[in-house]
Every structure is written in C-alpha cells, then in structure tokens.
Design a binder for this molecule. Structure first.
Ligand SMILES: Cc1cc2nc3c(=O)[nH]c(=O)nc-3n(C[C@H](O)[C@H](O)[C@H](O)COP(=O)(O)OP(=O)(O)OC[C@H]3O[C@@H](n4cnc5c(N)ncnc54)[C@H](O)[C@@H]3O)c2cc1C
Length: 368
C-alpha cells in the first residue's frame, strides 16, 4: 500500500502540493504499520509498483504521458460492454453453450456485437459490446442491448427468467499493435490497463491473470527464497552456531546475487536475462534472513533501534544509487554501470568473513 501511494506521488510530481500531501500520507501510513521511521526514506522513493487498473486506468494514462510509453504504437481504441446475469428456466439451460453475434440491432456503420454464455446452475450471462467510435449521437448502447434481447433467436431464453445482476464497463479494442511499452522506472503494467484484451475472443481475464503472474514471478521467487534463506540460517545456527550459521547463507546469497546479476546483464537473450535477473533478486532475498538474525544477535536488547538504523542505511544507499546509476551509465554504458552491483555484492560477501556474531555488542557498565 505504501509503495502504491508513493508511486502516485511520483506520477503526480508536477503538482507539488498534491505530492506533499501524498508524502504525508506515506509517512502516516508507514508509521501506523511498523511504528518506525526507518523505512521512511525508502517509502518516499518507492520500489516497484505493478499497475492493474483495468481499461483506461487513471494513473496509467499519466504514465503513458510521463514516460512516453505509447510512442510508436497504434492508438488504443475502446468499446462499452454491458452485461447481465439471468436465472433461467431449467429446461432452457444448455451449460457450456457459447454464442457470439455481430451487428443487429446496430446499424451497419457501427461496430459491435453480443455474447451469451450458458452457465451451470440454470444461469445465462448475456451482454452487448458497442465500439465507442460510433457517429450517431442518438445511439444508446444500453437501449441497443435491450433490443438485442428481443431477437427471436434469444428472446425465449429470458421468458420466465429473472435478471439477478448487471453492470457496464469499458474495454480495449486496439489489440496487440496497441499494447504500449509495458515497463517504466519503478513499475510495470498488466492486464487491461496495458490493453491485453483479446478482442476477437472477448477474452481478457486469462491474459490479465497471466501477465500478473509473470510480473509477480520474480517477487514470488524472492518470497520463496527469503523463507528458504531464513530456514537455512536457523538450521545452520542451531548446528554450527550463529557465526557460521549466519555467514554461510549470507555469503551464498551475496555471491549468487553478484553472479546472476553479471550473467543476466551480459545475456544475449532477453528471456534468459529476465530469468537470471529474477534469480539475482531471489539470492538477495535468500541473504535477508541472515542479516536480520545477525543484527539481532549482535545488538541484543538494542535490536529495535539497530533495525531502524539498518533499514535507513539500506534506504540511503537506495537513494544514492538512484541518480548514481544513470550518471555512471552516461559515462560507461548501462550494462557496465549496473555490473558494478556485482562488485558491491562480492565485496559484501568478503566483509561477512570478518563479522563476529559470537561477540555481541556489550554496553559499558555505568560508572559511579
Ligand atoms: C461486458 C464485458 C464482458 C466480458 N467478458 C469476458 C469474458 O467472457 N471472458 C474474458 O476472459 N474476459 C471478458 N471481458 C474482459 C475482462 O473483463 C477484462 O479483460 C478483465 O477483467 C481485465 O482484468 P484487469 O484485472 O486487468 O482489470 P479489471 O477487471 O477492470 O480490474 C481493475 C480493478 O482496479 C480498480 N482500479 C482502477 N484504478 C485503480 C486505482 N488507481 N487504485 C486502485 N484500484 C483501481 C478497478 O476499480 C477494478 O476493480 C469482458 C469485459 C466486458 C466489459
């Protein structure tokens, strides 16, 4: 939620007052969630936000403009879809039957058509879609839908039935050539906000879900790796003591991070690069548990402020790296600039050789 708010703040950057207000909300929400200000800097900058606003999303529209995501793509086109769910008489039910029609009752110069799906439980989902480029100002998509239901081929289905719900919504009709650039600094677009509806089939649910799953894949991988890293750390701490128990998973995580970052950056195939960079992210998460565990071992009763400090340190380095990377990229190119991350990860792994978790922080005894 905090990241979503912070993305809004970035999108509305041109309106300073609104941005300040959003930042204030970020602070209040952040404080309410974890009672620390340690994460504040990270919240202000935001990390990754996956936008799934549906057709013609408001934030997405601003992102198109801000990051020029529609450049070189066909314009998006839109339609209005109206849908009703009916309980029908059991003898008329044909579960699994799918009907699509084009045209009537629309005039021949207007694009649109119907769908009618027989569902289980004596129900029918029926709807009508009208392209929003119609020229007749008196045309009412709702009235056209009601007229459609009077066609002799479908009229009898609804006789003796009961409408249980209804709704209307816009849909994208541009197709594949109207799909914008899908990523931007700090996030990506999925589902209908990106225009993934398959128009001839009027199917967008599966493409919305699949694009969401693909976008979430690195994070899911990260979630699994984080849990696995924590479990490995706990198990090794029990068997080898905290020193090696934290050091081994932390070093494994950092070495894996550096290695997969390097391999991903220099991979010639974009698909392999995405897989390798997802693994890179997973290894950062694998190391995470060891960092917190070591920090709690070392700081003991002072763990809470130490957690805040460690979080703030991470956020500050995030702030520094943000502008540093584009600057370095200008000098040595993006791939070389980003591969400095490999050096930092390997350096981090070496530093772990010198961390002594069996020598925790001891506050000096108060002098009389
Ligand atoms: C009449 C009609 C019939 C259809 N029939 C089918 C069909 O039979 N099969 C099929 O596969 N597809 C069908 N589709 C298409 C399908 O509904 C969409 O492709 C699918 O719902 C897209 O999913 P989505 O998650 O991208 O967007 P949505 O389902 O539109 O979900 C987006 C959600 O985000 C919310 N939201 C928007 N902006 C914000 C914001 N800034 N902050 C927070 N929340 C926000 C919206 O309120 C909404 O709840 C049909 C569409 C219509 C209109």
């Amino acid at each position: 939620m905090r990241e979503c708010i912070s993305t809004c703040a970035q999108i509305y950057r041109r309106d300073r007052m609104l941005q300040l207000l959003v930042y204030l909300c970020v602070f209040v929400v952040g404080f309410a969630i974890d009672n620390t200000i340690g994460n504040l800097l990270g919240n202000l900058i935001g990390k990754q936000t996956i936008l799934a606003e549906g057709c013609r999303g408001h934030l997405t529209k601003d992102l198109f403009e801000k990051f020029n995501l529609r450049e070189g793509k066909d314009p998006q086109t839109f339609a209005l879809g109206i849908k009703e769910l009916w309980d029908i008489e059991p003898e008329k039910s044909k579960p699994g039957a799918v009907w699509h029609s084009v045209g009537w009752p629309l005039a021949t110069d207007t694009y649109g058509g119907s769908f009618l799906y027989h569902l289980n439980g004596n129900q029918v989902a029926v709807g009508y879609v009208v392209g929003l480029d119609y020229s007749n100002p008196h045309l009412s998509p709702f009235e056209e839908f009601q007229r459609f239901k009077t066609h002799p081929a479908v009229k009898s289905i609804f006789e003796g039935g009961r409408r249980v719900s209804y709704g209307a919504r816009a849909l994208n009709e541009g197709g594949f050539q109207s799909v914008p650039k899908l990523t931007f600094p700090g996030g990506c677009l999925v589902g209908c906000t990106a225009g993934f509806l398959n128009v001839p089939k009027i199917k967008g649910t599966h493409t919305a879900m699949k694009s969401g799953m693909l976008a979430a894949a690195p994070w899911l991988l990260g979630a699994v790796a984080a849990t696995m890293g924590g479990w490995v750390c706990d198990t090794l701490c029990g068997r080898l003591g905290p020193n090696l128990g934290c050091r081994i998973p932390a070093m494994t995580g950092l070495i894996g991070t550096g290695l997969f970052l390097y391999l991903g950056l220099y991979s010639p195939s974009p698909y392999v690069a995405v897989a390798l960079l997802s693994l890179c992210y997973a290894f950062t998460q694998f190391a995470e548990g060891s960092f917190w565990s070591a920090q709690i071992h070392l700081a003991g009763p002072y763990s809470a402020p130490a957690c805040g400090l460690m979080n703030t340190g991470g956020s500050v380095s995030g702030i520094i790296v943000g502008p540093l990377m584009p600057f370095l990229a200008l000098k040595i190119g993006w791939v070389a600039a980003l591969s400095t991350g490999t050096l930092v990860a390997f350096l981090g792994a070496v530093i772990w050789l010198f961390i002594r978790i069996d020598q925790p922080f001891q506050p000096r005894a108060a002098t009389a």
